[in-house]
Design a protein around this ligand. Structure first.
Ligand SMILES: [Fe+2]
Length: 484
């Protein structure tokens, strides 16, 4: 009788595990976590990455519809799996390719990407902070991205501003893969390192994606790189670099932005210099404002998209940490979360860290806000604003249009929450730097004490006093909500 009970228990346990398991583990040799990323020229190159449970060859078969080609790459063991990377080169500009990855006998499902044709029409979808731990929450992000791609079928590039997962475990990346695999196989991705992407494991982010790291000042906790798409130059920053930004990366950014002939300049990064969220009170956010913003001003960057604070906030055009008088500055967009973890406003950050006069639009989705900032107050509660957010950037000649949308949790309907247009005369930008923009390990090491000293100086002279003024509010918020 006891034995029968035991067997029944085991059978029931197995059935329960199977019922709870949202997906089957990949079979031996079967590719999983496939991504197609920016890697050098958007017209002629793509970086492919995938994982397997056991070590195999790394082969890609790809076709532009006429010619079928094969490319091979490398594999290495990584955190209990094997990661494969193949770089596709000499692609035809403006061509649509299909591809499959595998070991030569076992293949993935078919993926697809389209190379940049070099014209002046560009369409990006930008999302941030899915930061999920469960399949259910990754599926919120997948639904938001599917809505975005349905609305913008000509999307050239998906930009993910970081915090792909919450704890960066193998299980979470597998959940991410389960929910987003079809999207990742059918788009080109520009990934940005968030502070949750590779928590405590050096090189995790760099091993997850096949990126051109030749411009990176280091790859321990993220990657910085740049690329052109049409007439748009994009720089991706690593805001995990010495808490937020090293001197070496600032120098790289300045040289990189000054070396492009593109008329439009964009920066994508994870942390935000302008925010009303809970992370806006820490020294790294203030340091981004004090150290990074002057470089963005100097380089005439048009728009900065960032995440980390899980709310939507767009500034007016800013220059010199003030509203630009002629509108000819940089617009900062805190892109909202495409996932389901959302932050409330920290009212006490207003004026201390973030002048309200800088804000053009703000949509917060937690604790009864769900509101628009309409220029005077934050109290116009609207349940329809509660949901995951995606952003579209369309560039056509001398016009850039940003449209941001919420996918309602309640109705699954898509609602536009913000529209902004920037215009400029194109053909005006002349590069001013054509030297070597590399950073040696020695140079990075030599710069590290200077970077840390600057951060400490800002923290003591700029941040500490403001922070102490906030302590009563922090205690109040903690007693009310259990969090800072
Ligand atoms: Fe973050």
């Amino acid at each position: 009788m006891k034995a029968t009970k035991k067997i029944l228990c085991v059978v029931l346990s197995v059935l329960m595990v199977l019922a709870c398991a949202p997906f089957a583990m990949a079979a031996e040799n079967e590719p999983f976590r496939i991504s197609c990323t920016v890697n050098g020229s958007m017209q002629t190159q793509r970086g492919l990455t995938w994982f397997t449970n056991v070590d195999t060859a790394s082969v890609v078969v790809y076709s532009d519809g006429t010619n079928e080609l094969t490319a091979e790459g490398t594999s290495m063991e990584w955190e209990g799996n094997f990661v494969h990377k193949v770089l596709l080169t000499d692609l035809t500009p403006g061509a649509t390719y299909t591809y499959k990855v595998g070991n030569g006998t076992v293949w993935s499902e078919e993926g697809t990407f389209t190379t940049d044709d070099g014209d002046d029409q560009v369409e990006f979808i930008v999302v941030a902070d899915i930061q999920a731990s469960s399949v259910e929450n990754f599926e919120v992000g997948a639904n938001v991205l599917n809505k975005a791609l349905g609305m913008y079928p000509e999307t050239d590039l998906v930009v993910n501003l970081g915090d792909f997962t919450n704890d960066s475990t193998n299980e979470e990346w597998d959940f991410y893969d389960y929910a987003l695999a079809d999207i990742n196989r059918s788009t080109t991705l520009a990934p940005i390192a968030g502070n949750h992407d590779g928590l405590g494991v050096w090189h995790w982010f760099n091993n997850m994606f096949n990126l051109d790291v030749s411009g990176s000042v280091q790859t321990l906790n993220g990657v910085n790189y740049s690329f052109d798409y049409g007439n748009v130059h994009c720089a991706v920053l690593n805001t995990n670099d010495l808490l937020s930004m090293s001197e070496a990366q600032l120098k790289w950014l300045k040289n990189d932005m000054n070396s492009t002939a593109c008329d439009w300049k964009m920066v994508f990064m994870h942390k935000s210099p302008y925010t009303l969220g809970k992370d806006g009170k820490w020294p790294d956010a203030l340091y981004l404002k004090d150290a990074l913003v002057p470089v963005l001003d100097e380089c005439n960057v048009d728009i900065v998209m960032s995440g980390h604070d899980h709310m939507y906030l767009r500034t007016k055009s800013l220059y010199g940490d003030a509203v630009a008088e002629n509108g000819d500055g940089t617009v900062y967009v805190l892109a909202g979360t495409a996932g389901s973890k959302r932050y409330e406003i920290r009212d006490f950050l207003k004026e201390h860290f973030m002048p309200v006069s800088y804000i053009d639009t703000c949509v917060v989705q937690k604790d009864g806000y769900g509101n628009y900032f309409n220029g005077t107050d934050f109290d116009s509660v609207d349940e329809n604003n509660i949901g995951g957010i995606f952003n579209s950037i369309s560039v056509s000649g001398g016009t850039l249009v940003l449209n941001s949308y919420v996918v309602s949790d309640a109705t699954d309907e898509v609602k536009c929450i913000d529209t902004m247009t920037i215009t400029k005369e194109v053909g005006q930008n002349i590069p001013s730097f054509d030297g070597d923009n590399g950073t040696s390990e020695f140079e990075y090491a030599m710069n590290t004490p200077i970077s840390l000293a600057k951060l400490a100086f800002y923290a003591l002279t700029e941040w500490l006093f403001k922070f102490l003024l906030m302590v009563p509010d922090l205690i109040r918020v903690y007693s009310e909500t259990g969090t800072f």
